[in-house]
Design a protein around this ligand. Structure first.
Ligand code: ZN
Length: 148
């Protein structure tokens, strides 16, 4: 499919230039900080969860374009969504990144879970060292959910 990689690159660059949901939320919002020492990426995730719905999300931090774009896309993808749906999305995203489940088995893609713009990050899987950049925001999101 000619042009698809260009499209993906554009989506990633757009999120990098114009990060969505950038900022902080005041307590009692959940807050988690993630680090990727391999690349020097840092991500802050703030969550407001009410009645099992992520009513608001903000992200902060700094790092490479993959880590920051992924954080921006993550924030857009989870805002307003039920926590159960978000957990399924995290699983789907990790599967796309070739990350095994808790038991070390490959994660089969669930066709019911739509990735949308997140598909733009699928090329990252070809660069194993960048996978940690792409998944940092998602692991930090899970940590923030644990606190809620
Ligand atoms: Zn990085």
């Amino acid at each position: 499919m000619p042009g698809l990689e260009d499209l993906y690159r554009e989506i990633i660059l757009d999120h990098h230039r114009n990060p969505r949901n950038r900022g902080e939320l005041a307590p009692p919002a959940s807050h988690a900080v993630g680090h990727n020492p391999l690349c020097g990426d840092e991500i802050d995730v703030y969550l407001d969860v009410t009645d099992g719905i992520i009513t608001d999300v903000k992200v902060g931090g700094q790092g490479c374009s993959i880590s920051q774009s992924s954080a921006s896309m993550m924030s857009q993808a989870v805002k307003g969504k039920p926590v159960d749906e978000v957990r399924a999305l995290v699983r789907r995203f990790k599967g796309m990144m070739s990350i095994p489940d808790e038991d070390g088995n490959p994660i089969e893609p669930d066709p019911a879970v739509k990735l949308g713009d997140l598909e733009a990050l699928q090329g990252v899987v070809k660069f194993p060292v960048r996978i940690k950049c792409a998944t940092l925001a998602w692991n930090t999101l899970l940590e923030a959910l644990e606190q809620g």
